[in-house]
Ligand binder design. Sequence first.
Ligand code: HEC
Length: 345
Amino acid sequence: MTDPKKRIVTSVASTAFTASVFVLACATRESHVAESRSRVVAVSAPLDSLDGTAYETAMRVKLPKTPPQEDPGLHNVFRLGPTIVSGSEPHGEAAFAKLQSMGIRTVLSVDGAEPEKDLAAKYGLGYVHVPIQYKGISDDEMTKIAKTFREKEGPFYVHCFHGKHRGPAAAEIGRIVLDGIPRDQAIAEMRQWCGTAQSYEGLYRTIATAAIPTAKQTSAYAWSFPSGQPIEGFRHAMVEISRSDDNLKALSKRQWKSDPEHPDLDAFNESVKVAKTLDRALQLEDVAARPPEFRKWLDESAKASVTLRDALAAFKEGKGTQDAVDGAYKRMTSACNACHDVYRN
Ligand code: HEC
């Protein structure tokens, strides 16, 4: 069913040959898919003018206010179109069971972390992994994402980590190639529904103005839809940090005390992980080659993470103050953000 070769066949679903393959496959759902794929959806033209930034242009089309759907292990979920749902990384078994009950067939991750493809498979879900960056989507990534929507079986669940920035941008490529929506509608959905932040102008700009390959081009592109693309070096360090930092953020709102619902999450343990990862990152070869300013911020955030770790250790023993922990956390995140503003977004 998930044999990539067979799925590539669906891309040329208009030929009698593929029709007969589907009759042989003898599955109504498959023939339905084949039928809907034989409709060629024209890709909407890039916007030829912006109202200032692409983010600002995302108000040209006004959308009704829609709250996200929240489920156990799935956050910031929006059903964008008949076969495209955008949301956070699925956390745990309940999340995959929910995706299955929603009728999802393929999960597309554009996050850096390797997908839980075995867990997904247990619920009959295929996974495709195309990690993208916050600063925008490259031509190569664009082709892979468009090909996934055209050739894998929908409905699709598209996610990054939080489901707010990169995931929605990728999901909008699906809206454009499968639903034929105009570009201004696509960026409006990113901003007004999914909450993609203003700082990710590169993502907005991609969806507003980048060329999107035609069905003919994506079908000619040879690619086997990998379900896990290992990431290395500095980027991998960032992916590792993101989980711990997210936990620290949640714990900072609880005065650094563990949540009874997640007793396994401990602020001190998370700070140890962050400090270790930043220390390792400082020694990476690909960091040595970066500009001095980059290394300075990395060094600052590493030092602040050690201060945070020590402050949390003292706080845990009843010696330190919450103010000391808050201050260290704030210094660390401002070093993270200073670097991201210049080198990531
Ligand atoms: C010295 C610069 C620098 C510092 C300091 C830094 N980052 Fe990053 N971060 C980056 C860059 C560059 C990327 C993009 C990496 C890429 O995709 O190649 C990134 C990516 C990320 C990502 C996205 C990972 C993904 O899934 O692709 C997260 C999350 C992140 N950083 C969190 C943090 C946190 C939390 C801190 C502070 C504790 C931090 N970063 C400190 C430069 C930095």
